[in-house]
Design a protein around this ligand. Structure first.
Ligand code: MTE
Length: 399
C-alpha cells in the first residue's frame, strides 16, 4: 500500500480495510493507558495516503500564510520552532464519527463504523496559531482561516476552515503542533506539522499542514462542504446526493463537540463473576464535551433510566494546571492559558454485584457546564456524526 513507510501497532482495529488507514484501539486498551494516549494507540482518521516526509527534510518543511493578509509569509518548521514561543497543552481529539457504529445498526449512514474509541488525548507542543496570523497582518474583511494539508485526495487536498476570531482568542488554544507527547508527530498524526483545534471535532485539525489562507468566507474545499456535518434527520442518502443545497448550509457544519461518554468497564463482552454479593464492581469510563466546556456531571442507571446515580469524576488535567506541578512538563505548560477544559474526564462508580445481578444493562450519560446533557434517543443523520445518546453495556452474569 502507499503507506508502507508508516509504522503501526498491531492492536489497532482497522475500520476501512487496508487503505486508507482508519483505526481505533480496543476501548479497554485505550482506557487502560490512562489520561494520555500513546501514539501507538491514538486513533487515526486518514482520507488518503500519508505524505512521505524524510527526517532530514523536516526542518525545511514550509507552510504559507496567504489570502487576505497585508504581509504574506512562508515559514519553515525550523523558523517556527526557533522564532516563536512554543507551548504544550493537553488536548483531547475526537472524530465526529465517534460511536457511529450504533447509527449504522439503526440505519446505514454514509460513514464507516467507529466504535467508542475514536477519541484520544495527547500533550501537543507547538506555536499558538494567533502568533503566526498576527505577523501576517489580516485585513479588515478577513473572517476565516482556511487550512490545507499535503495529502492529495480524489477531491483535491484535504482542507477546512475555522473562524478567525476563534484563532485569535487565547482562550481557545488553537495551535500549530509539531510535537505530541514529547516527541515529533508520528506520520499518521501529521508529521511534521498539523493544526490542533481544541474542543472541536478532529476534522478541523488539519494534518501535514501546508497552507493557512485567510478569507472572507468559509472554506470551499470539498472536504469542508461534504464532510463533518449533521444534516437534518429526514435527509436520506439518495436525497442528500441529489440536493447540494443541504451541504452548502453552514448551519449544519459541526465545530464544537457536544457532551458524550462511554463505559469502558465492564466491557461489552465481559462476564461478571460473582463470588460474594457484597463485592463491588467499579464501573468506569470517559466523558468529554466541546468548546472548552467542562463535564460537570456523569450519571449511571441500572434500571433503564428510571433512576440515576452520580459517578465520581476525575479531571486529570487539573494537576497540570497547578504551578507547583509545572515540572511535569519541564515548565512548558503556559499557566495563563485558560480556565477551560479541552480534555476528556474519567469517571467511576462502585456498584454492588448484588445490584448488578438484577440488571440487564448499565447506562451512562454526561452533562457539561452549559447544562447540555446527552439525549436518551439517537439523532440519526446521513453522515452518522455526533452520535451521543446514553451509552449502554449489557450485563452478563456468570450464572
Ligand atoms: N488532515 C488531513 N490533511 N487529512 C485528513 O485525512 N483527517 C481529519 C483530521 N485532519 C485528515 C486531517 C479528521 S476527519 C480527523 S478526525 C483528524 O484529522 C484525525 O486526527 P488523527 O488521525 O491524528 O487522530
Amino acid at each position: 500500500t502507499p503507506d508502507a513507510h508508516v509504522p503501526r501497532d498491531a492492536r489497532l482495529i482497522r475500520l476501512t480495510g487496508v487503505h486508507p488507514f482508519n483505526v481505533e484501539a480496543p476501548l479497554t486498551d485505550l482506557f487502560n493507558e490512562g489520561f494520555l494516549t500513546s501514539p501507538e494507540l491514538f486513533y487515526v482518521r486518514n482520507h488518503g495516503a500519508v505524505p512521505l516526509v524524510h527526517d532530514e527534510d523536516i526542518p525545511n518543511w514550509e507552510f504559507s500564510v496567504e489570502g487576505l493578509v497585508a504581509n504574506p509569509l512562508t515559514i519553515s518548521l525550523k523558523e517556527l520552532m526557533s522564532e516563536y514561543d512554543n507551548v504544550t497543552y493537553p488536548i483531547t481529539l475526537v472524530c465526529a464519527g465517534n460511536r457511529r457504529k450504533e447509527q449504522n445498526v439503526v440505519r446505514k449512514t454514509k460513514g464507516f463504523s467507529w466504535g467508542p474509541a475514536g477519541v484520544s488525548t495527547a500533550l501537543f507542543t507547538g506555536v499558538v496559531m494567533a502568533d503566526v496570523i498576527r505577523r501576517a497582518k489580516p485585513l479588515k474583511k478577513a473572517k476565516y482561516v482556511c487550512m490545507e494539508g499535503a495529502d492529495k485526495l480524489p477531491n483535491g487536498y484535504y482542507g477546512t476552515s475555522v473562524k478567525l476570531n476563534w484563532v485569535m482568542d487565547p482562550n481557545r488554544g488553537i495551535m500549530l503542533a509539531h510535537g505530541m507527547n514529547d516527541e515529533m508527530l508520528r506520520p499518521d498524526h501529521g508529521k511534521p506539522l498539523r493544526a490542533v483545534i481544541p474542543g472541536q471535532i478532529g476534522g478541523r485539525s488539519v494534518k501535514w499542514l501546508k497552507k493557512l489562507i485567510v478569507t472572507a468566507e468559509p472554506s470551499d474545499n470539498w472536504y469542508h462542504i461534504y464532510d463533518n456535518r449533521v444534516l437534518p434527520t429526514m435527509v436520506d442518502p439518495d436525497e442528500s446526493a441529489k440536493n447540494p443545497a443541504w451541504w452548502k448550509d453552514d448551519r449544519y457544519a459541526i465545530y464544537d463537540l457536544s457532551p458524550n461518554s462511554a463505559i469502558a468497564f465492564p466491557a461489552h463482552d465481559e462476564t461478571l463473576s460473582i463470588e460474594s454479593a457484597l463485592e463491588k464492581y467499579n464501573v468506569q469510563g470517559y466523558a468529554y464535551s466541546g468548546g472548552g466546556r467542562r463535564i460537570t456531571r456523569v450519571e449511571i442507571s441500572i434500571d433503564k433510566g428510571k433512576t440515576w446515580r452520580l459517578a465520581n469524576i476525575d479531571y486529570p488535567e487539573d494537576k497540570y494546571r497547578e504551578y507547583e506541578n509545572k515540572e511535569l512538563f519541564g515548565g512548558r505548560l503556559d499557566m495563563d492559558w485558560r480556565e477551560a477544559s479541552f480534555c476528556w474526564a474519567f469517571w467511576n462508580l462502585e456498584i454492588t454485584l448484588e445490584e448488578l445481578k438484577t440488571s440487564d444493562d448499565i447506562l451512562v450519560r454526561s452533562m457539561d457546564e452549559s447544562m447540555c446533557i446527552q439525549p436518551r434517543d439517537m439523532y440519526w443523520s446521513v453522515l452518522g456524526m455526533m452520535n451521543n445518546p446514553w451509552f449502554r453495556v449489557a450485563v452478563h452474569n456468570e450464572n
